[in-house]
Design a protein around this ligand. Structure first.
Ligand SMILES: Cc1cc2nc3c(=O)[nH]c(=O)nc-3n(C[C@H](O)[C@H](O)[C@H](O)COP(=O)(O)O)c2cc1C
Length: 351
């Protein structure tokens, strides 16, 4: 069985470790991805980005296409159902400097599936293949697909569709072996991942319920997957990545938790602006400060504060030792100027 710290390849892209940080809508902002890379994720992924939004030049959508210098290798994920729009969006993804374009064939949310995108494509294999073909013809970078097992409970659609997607040009597949109907209930059935691995000659990434080193190793060993993907386990918890990769089971100190959270808050504000960041960050406060790390009333106090600067000050007051850690972390990061917005300003529409 490969070591989790071994590198592997998706076509021409070398991925330095076998742990991939999952794309998560409302979570996988640049700050999350950069943190994931720092803690050892070999590949990070943007949340799903709408092809229609890109086509219409929606400013918020285009904002998702920002790539920082220290994120690589990075996959940007697209969702859509029109092969031409998908190809155009993929060209944009390539132009902004992503290493991989990933297509979402797994999102179970109605708002997405009723447009013919996401998990709906699991039941439209011909269209799904046309989408992959169209994108693969449009860009030089590898095209990958992330899918669920099928739409209905018990479905094995992924096993028929997977090999066809590879034939159409997919350079790797990620399988989250739950049905769309299941959403996030039940467990991910990685026996399907093992079956898929047997059927295709490209790397398969196993996604679902990987939260510990023991689980990551057992999923790799029993499925033959090239890598594991970690999603919810890494929310407010980059230390999970360290545990999975290094076997370091020590809990982070309060100072470490506060330092990572403060850095995260500052980066998100820089990325989204104070107004959007304020709402966006609330779930992260729960994730970071929960897990028995801080008492509940402290978490509630943080949630009631008005500005992110007040949050930062309150956090640092609770763990003054974090001040030095934050300074050290900030000094190690590429400076604001180095982390360029590789998106041409004329496309992004300013900001
Ligand atoms: C809040 C949230 C948002 C998600 N958004 C996406 C997404 O944008 N694209 C995608 O392919 N999967 C998305 N997923 C699915 C995850 O990538 C992953 O496959 C799933 O959570 C199972 O892995 P886990 O058990 O490690 O969380 C999302 C999951 C969560 C919890």
């Amino acid at each position: 069985m490969p070591d989790l710290r071994d590198s592997w390849w998706i076509d021409t892209v070398e991925v330095p470790t076998r742990v991939v940080l999952a794309p998560m809508a409302g979570v996988s902002v640049q700050a999350f991805r950069r943190q994931g890379r720092r803690y050892g994720a070999g590949l990070v992924c943007s949340e799903m980005v709408s092809c229609a939004g890109i086509e219409h030049g929606n400013e918020r959508t285009l904002g998702y296409l920002r790539v920082a210098a220290d994120e690589h290798p990075l996959a940007i994920q697209l969702f859509g159902s029109d092969p031409r729009a998908m190809a155009n969006a993929a060209r944009m993804v390539e132009a902004v400097g992503a290493d991989i374009v990933d297509l979402n064939f797994g999102c179970p949310v109605k708002k997405v599936t009723r447009t013919g995108a996401g998990a709906h494509l699991l039941e439209e294999p011909d269209l799904a293949c046309r989408l992959v073909e169209s994108v693969a013809n449009a860009v030089e970078i590898p095209v990958t697909v992330k899918l669920r097992r099928g739409v209905r409970n018990g479905s094995r659609a992924c096993l028929e569709l997977g090999p066809r997607l590879v034939e159409a040009g997919a350079a790797a597949l990620t399988l989250h072996p739950r049905s769309a109907e299941q959403m996030y209930t039940g467990v991910a059935d990685h026996s399907l991942t093992a079956e898929l691995v047997e059927l295709v000659d490209v790397p398969v990434v196993a996604s679902g319920d990987v939260t510990s080193r023991a689980r990551a190793q057992s999923v790799l060993a029993t499925t033959g997957a090239a890598a594991v993907m970690v999603g919810r386990g890494a929310q407010g918890n980059p230390w999970a990545l360290r545990e999975i990769l290094e076997g370091d089971v020590s809990e982070p100190s309060r100072e470490e938790v506060v330092a990572e959270l403060v850095l995260f808050v500052r980066e998100v504000v820089r990325e989204l602006g104070e107004r959007r960041a304020t709402g966006f960050l609330k779930k992260f406060y729960g994730w970071y400060l929960g897990r028995g790390r801080f008492p509940k009333p402290f978490k509630q106090e943080i949630l009631l504060l008005g500005s992110t600067e007040e949050v930062v000050q309150r956090l640092l007051a609770a763990a003054p030792g974090a001040i030095e850690l934050v300074e050290r972390l900030e000094a190690e990061l590429p400076s604001g100027d180095e982390v360029t917005l590789e998106l041409p300003v004329s496309i992004y529409g300013g900001g």
